[in-house]
Write a protein that binds this ligand. Structure first.
Ligand SMILES: [Zn+2]
Length: 207
């Protein structure tokens, strides 16, 4: 049994427990050194995913291992790996607060939170809408990927995070969702107060 598959299962259960995605929504993948990827199956509750449910696909999206059908967003994951050869794990979720910003077409500015600024970067940009599960969505997401970004909002849909490994991508998702929640509270309290430019420069230099 592969350790990577056990981590994917653990992350799926966390996504469900933390209310970071709808029951069957969202998807998780890990790219292996040989270029194939483990992805979550389509239409299975994240709380019920087991190691044997995972599907391994090659770079052309052909199933090479596993009995289930791969996630409907597998093409999107593969487009991200093509665009960013250095990343090894992707999480797509429908985390409700961050998705609220995506539905409002409001990119997230992290300048009021030292932790979010450090972990997410200065902004979490918005990727334009494309229909879920389509090659157009994969193309739109792949074209949007910038080397400096670690997370994106997907207009009228959800969020994307990625990293060197799956725990890294989960840390970014967790930070994004809690930052979105805090920003909404700040908004209710009169607006978030950004950190001074020199403080942001110091936070940016800590990487
Ligand atoms: Zn989705």
């Amino acid at each position: 049994m592969s350790d990577v598959r056990e981590i994917i299962v653990e992350i799926c259960h966390l996504l469900a427990a933390r209310n970071f995605t709808t029951a069957t929504g969202g998807n998780v993948s890990v790219r292996l050194p040989d270029g194939t990827c483990w992805v979550t199956p389509t239409r299975l509750h994240k709380a019920r995913v087991r190691v044997n449910d995972l599907v391994r696909v090659d770079a052309a999206c052909r199933v090479v291992e596993g009995a289930r059908s791969a996630s409907s967003e597998t093409l999107m994951h593969l487009a991200m790996y093509r665009a960013r050869p250095e990343i090894a794990a992707v999480i797509h979720a429908h985390a409700p607060y961050a998705t609220g910003f995506a539905q409002a077409h409001r990119p997230i500015d992290t300048a009021a939170s030292s932790e979010a600024y450090f972990i997410l970067g200065a902004q979490v940009p918005l990727i334009p809408y494309a229909r879920p599960g389509t090659p157009e969505l994969a193309e739109t997401v792949g074209a949007a990927m910038l080397p400096c970004q670690k997370a994106y909002l997907m207009a009228n849909h959800g969020v994307l995070t990625w990293g060197d490994d799956l725990w890294d991508a989960y840390d970014i998702l967790d930070t994004l969702e809690l930052c979105s929640q805090s920003l909404l509270v700040s908004h209710l309290l009169g607006g978030a107060v950004p950190l001074p430019a020199e403080e942001l420069a110091w936070l940016g230099s800590m990487h």
